[in-house]
Design a protein around this ligand. Structure first.
Ligand code: FES
Length: 343
């Protein structure tokens, strides 16, 4: 590499002796220290304004709600306009400041760089470092702490919008995932047609996909859940019923939560939440098709294989006065992936 300017004495043979560069003329800021100071203040002001707009972005984020004033400008809402204008102005000020800095205060000497072999020699590297140091010196960053510090401040404030926007990853679900719509006395019905189920309707070895009866309002009864709320409630409350020989059940508490060998478990895999219903009658194993987690339903839904971190939650059952299966409570623990229950 050969850098050719007033600061680099090493000049090698040039393929074109005079490429026709105009004579270098000094700028006002090169010869007048007052002009240089003025330019410095101008640049610092722009960097300072960038900081202000970054802060205004944060203020707009917290004070303007999505949906308020839906058509402030070109059909865009106040929140969109406020956030966009502030972030745009912050970036623009920092950009204009950098341009002014380079135009008025940095060195404006023409620099020519020639093609060279891909591998640099030690000498070239030393020369590159020297050029870099010269560039830093030319930029005046060491001599102009006002510019340097205001730029550092502006860059720091520019990170704020990104950090504040992380809030949109929320809100955290709180305890919403810890409960389902199941409650004492709610009937367990077929998930397709809402048909009520008696123990005698199921044979040993059979698996039935089921849901709470609340999702199947009768006659002119008003639906308790609709739209997104219905989908969310259904996703959490989905269960399977399995009928096993009571003698095969190895966990006493689990067996006591059943009726005549019929047990009810959450249908949501405790690994990352796939719906499960691959049932092996002989082994009493329930297999998740996503990553092959396997649960032993004869042993309280214990994990016997795969990545799931905990057993399948079980819903305690009883029968009502008409002999239909009902829940005796909600699940006693959160359903779904293990991370839902943290905290
Ligand atoms: S979601 Fe069931 S094993 Fe991964």
């Amino acid at each position: 590499m050969s850098a050719h300017d007033d600061h680099t004495p090493a000049v090698i043979e040039e393929p074109i002796a005079n490429p026709g560069l105009p004579e270098h003329l000094p700028r006002p800021t090169d010869v007048d220290e007052a002009a240089a100071k003025r330019a410095e203040r101008q640049v610092a002001t722009l960097f300072g304004l960038s900081s202000v707009f970054a802060v205004l972005f944060c203020v707009a984020y917290f004070t303007l709600n999505i949906g308020d004033d839906p058509t402030v400008f070109l059909g865009l809402g106040a929140s969109t306009v406020g956030l966009g204008a502030c972030l745009g102005a912050a970036l623009m000020c920092i950009g204009i400041g950098a341009i002014q800095w380079s135009r008025k205060l940095m060195s404006d000497h023409e620099i020519v760089e020639y093609r060279h072999p891909a591998a640099s020699s030690e000498e070239d590297r030393a020369e590159a470092v020297a050029s870099l140091m010269t560039g830093i010196e030319d930029s005046g960053i060491g001599r102009r702490p006002l510019v340097r510090n205001s730029l550092l401040g502006a860059m720091g404030f520019l990170g704020l919008p990104a950090i504040v926007a992380l809030r949109d990853l929320g809100p955290l679900p709180g305890d919403k995932l810890a409960h389902t719509v199941w409650k004492k006395g709610m009937q367990v019905v077929q998930d397709v047609d809402g048909a009520r189920i008696k123990p005698s309707d199921m044979e040993v070895g059979q698996l039935v996909n089921a849901e709470p009866a609340v999702f199947f309002p009768e006659g002119d009864q008003e639906a308790e859940y609709e739209g997104t709320a219905l989908l969310q409630a259904k996703a959490k409350a989905a269960v399977i019923l399995v009928r096993m020989n009571p003698d095969d059940l190895r966990n006493k508490r689990s067996a006591n939560w059943g009726v005549e060998g019929i047990l009810c478990f959450s249908k949501i895999c405790t690994h990352v939440g796939c719906p499960i219903s691959l049932w092996e009658q002989q082994t009493h194993h329930l297999l998740c098709p996503c990553h092959q987690s396997t649960f032993d339903l004869a042993d309280a839904g214990k994990v016997v294989f795969g990545p799931a971190g905990r057993h399948l939650p079980q819903l305690p059952l009883a029968v009502d006065e008409e002999g239909y299966l009902i829940a005796t409570s909600d699940f006693h623990e959160p359903v779904g992936p293990s991370y839902w229950e943290r905290g």
